[in-house]
Structures are given as C-alpha cells and as structure tokens.
Ligand binder design. Structure first.
Ligand SMILES: *Cc1c(COP(=O)(O)O)cnc(C)c1O
Length: 398
C-alpha cells in the first residue's frame, strides 16, 4: 500500500545523512498545510479576480502569503509585484522569460557545466529551444569572471541577463550583474532558488533592488514546500530589441506580464495547499531562529569544505561562501557516479555533478556536490561536519 511506502520513505529520510544541497526537511506545520483541505479548492486567476466562486478564504490566504514574501525580502508592494502560484522553479523561469522577452530573443545565462540550471537555456530544456541563449561561466579558478561576462554581453547584446546557479559555491555580486545588464540595455533576472534562505537569513547579499525579476523555488534553503515565487518590478518593461525582430508592448508593467505568463499562459489552477505551506515556511523564516539557521548552514559548509580540503580533497574554487561545495573526485581514481554510489551504500546521500571544464559527461561527471541545509535543520554543527568529512574520506579512499 502507498501508505506503507510513505512510512518507509520517512524512515529512509531519518536514517541517512542527506548532503543534497537542494533538499531540506520541512517543519510539521509546513507538512500539515500541504496535507490540508486547501488541496480541494480551484482558484484560477489572481486573488479577488477568480474564475471560481467560494474563494473568499483563499483570497485572504494568497494576499497574506504575498505580504509575507515582501516582508522577508524587505521590499515594498509599491515597487514590487509578487506571484506565488508557479508550480515549480522551472515553470517560474519559463514564465519570467515569456513575460520579459520575445520568443527567439537573446538571453545570456550561466552554463549548466559551470553551475547554471537546465532552465537557463540548456539545449535539452524548452527554454533553450524557444530562446537564443549564450552562456557564461567561471574562470579556471572556479570563480565567476565578471569582466568576461561583461565582454560576452557586449558582443552578444542580450535582451535579458540571468544570474543565479545551482552549483556555484560562492556569493553572487548582483550589483556587478546590474552594471553589466545596464551597460547593454538588458533586463536582469536573478534566479535565487538555491540561496533564497540564505538571502532571507542575511548571510548572502540580496538581489534587491538590482534585479528586475527574481525567481526562486521554496523547497531548498527556504525550507518550504515544492513551489516557486516570482517577484518583479512594477514598472513598464524597458524594451530593447532582443534579436528576434519583434517588439513587445513597451507600456506593459513587467509584474502584470509575469502574472499573465503564469496564468493563463502556462498554468491552470494554483496549488492552494502549496501556497499555504509557503506562507507557513515564510512565517518561520521571519523568526530570529531562521537567521541562526542560515548562519549555521554556511558555517557548516565552510567547516565541511575545510576538513575535506585538509584530508586532501580537491574543492572547486578552493572552498565555499554559501551552503554547498563541489568536490572533484577524479584524483581518487573515481567518477562522480562511482563516488556517489559508494557514499549511498554507507548512508551518505549526495549528487553527482559536473565540475567547471569537466571532460566527462553529465551522467557520470567528475564531481560530487555536497550541501548542508538538510543536516543543519537536523541540528548538526561544525563538530558533526568534522565527523562527516572523515567518514566521506574513509569511504572514498578504500
Ligand atoms: C532548483 C532550481 C530550479 C528549478 O526548480 P524546480 O522546482 O526543480 O523546477 C531552477 N533554477 C535553479 C537555479 C534551481 O536551483
């Protein structure tokens, strides 16, 4: 029975050491919201402008969740529009592209091989098929090369620049990205899916007010349900011809365009139970204890990285400033797949990952990616990281 499998998975989650940087353990209250009768309700449309009746409570709920979003990011409703309906980060990114540029326009983003996301224009993703992407990456030291990005932007003349990553262990300089996007007349989008909890917790710089559009998932460091949020500027979209030859309505407010791209552009009824669970997670993220949590995530990642470095492991970029680190396992005579599988047998769960300038393929790359959000939720501290590093070393070296 499915009920038994759910119990079995809950037991597995308790038993393992989970070092997947995009995963976390939500609170009982977030789980309760996800399992609440809100899942029964259809609420197509924006709050107070629905296609279904009986939404007076849902309207109140969605309004409150949007207020919480503005509050945690310390921004105002006069300048920023919030959409909490995207089913996932991938859909949120597609909505952001469709609302801000034309199909066929040029977008500049970080390459998957260097830490970007599939939805940042990889050719297997529809984002890469519908728009003309160019990619930037890191230098041989593993750090973003802003001069290099500025140079590519000048030559490529994108309509939109995307910053944000899924496997980059350093802080993002949103101000520098803004200078680059301004210099070529492009809009700036920050995809903070991985680091949203760190931004809210004050241990990573905020993309506000630099980015025109900010997308984020809510299930990662933010410790909420699987879902996504788009925050965008309430101002007319400054339109630069992005290479497709088509023009967009220059008077349209960016945040209105985003709302339309989400519904009815890409989605139907929002998952109201998920929106409620986001609200619960945001209420938790406002508390002082979340600041402590975010700080501990980074301290734990730094400790894990230092210890692994001390044990002779090759850490991409030489360490970490955030919640994750990339380890090149090829000096041990292993591939990322082999290392991940050895660790799994010992109850340590990671994911295999490309490293910058990888000579191997995504399915069996040269690296593994380790992160500390989940173990930090379980209360682990620096001393536990020392033990985990030793364990990883023992397993991978035997
Ligand atoms: C996780 C992630 C996404 C996609 O989120 P899903 O909810 O898995 O669709 C998009 N962008 C970045 C940077 C991510 O890390």
């Amino acid at each position: 029975m499915i009920k038994d499998l759910i119990k079995k998975e809950a037991r597995r989650q308790k038993k393992v050491i989970n070092l997947i940087p995009s995963e976390n353990y939500v609170s009982k209250n977030v789980l309760a919201a996800l399992g609440s009768p809100l899942t029964n309700k259809y609420a197509e449309g924006k709050s107070h402008q629905r296609y279904y009746f009986g939404n007076e409570v849902v309207d109140e709920l969605e309004d409150e969740v949007k207020r919480l979003v503005l509050k945690v990011f310390k921004i105002s409703s006069e300048e920023w529009g919030v959409n909490v309906q995207p089913y996932s980060g991938s859909i949120a990114n597609m909505a952001a592209y469709l609302a801000s540029v034309n199909v066929g326009d040029k977008i500049l983003a970080m390459s998957l091989e260097h830490g970007g996301h599939l939805t940042h224009g990889h050719h297997v993703s529809w984002t890469g098929k519908l728009f003309k992407f160019e990619h930037y990456g890191v230098g041989h030291d593993g750090w973003l090369d802003y001069d290099g990005i500025a140079k590519i932007a000048k030559e490529f003349k994108p309509a939109l620049i995307v910053c944000g990553a899924t496997a980059y262990p350093r802080q993002l300089d949103f101000k520098k990205f803004k200078e680059i996007s301004d210099s070529v007349g492009a809009l700036l989008m920050a995809d903070i899916s991985h680091i949203a909890g760190l931004v809210v917790g004050g241990v990573h710089p905020s993309p506000f007010p630099y980015a025109d559009i900010v997308t984020t998932t809510t299930q990662k460091t933010l410790r909420g349900p699987r879902g996504a949020i788009i925050i965008s500027a309430k101002r007319p979209r400054p339109y630069a011809n992005g290479g497709s030859g088509k023009t967009k309505n220059e008077k349209e407010i960016l945040s209105d365009a985003i709302d339309k791209a989400v519904f009815p552009g890409l989605q139907g009824g929002p998952q109201v139970h998920t929106i409620a669970a986001m609200g619960v997670a945001l209420e938790e993220a406002i508390k002082p204890s979340f600041k402590k949590y975010a700080k501990q995530i980074v301290n734990n990642a730094k400790k894990l990285s230092e210890e692994l470095g001390r044990l002779g492991f090759k850490i991409v970029s030489g360490g970490t400033d955030n919640h994750l680190l990339l380890v090149d396992v090829t000096p041990l005579g292993l591939t990322g797949g082999e290392a991940g599988s050895k660790l799994e047998k010992a109850g340590i769960i990671v994911n295999k990952n490309m490293i910058p300038f990888d000579t191997r393929k995504p399915w069996d790359p040269s690296g593994i990616r380790l992160g500390t959000p989940a173990v930090t939720t379980q209360g682990m501290k620096e001393k536990d990281m020392v033990k985990i590093a030793e364990e990883i070393s023992t397993i991978l070296k035997q």
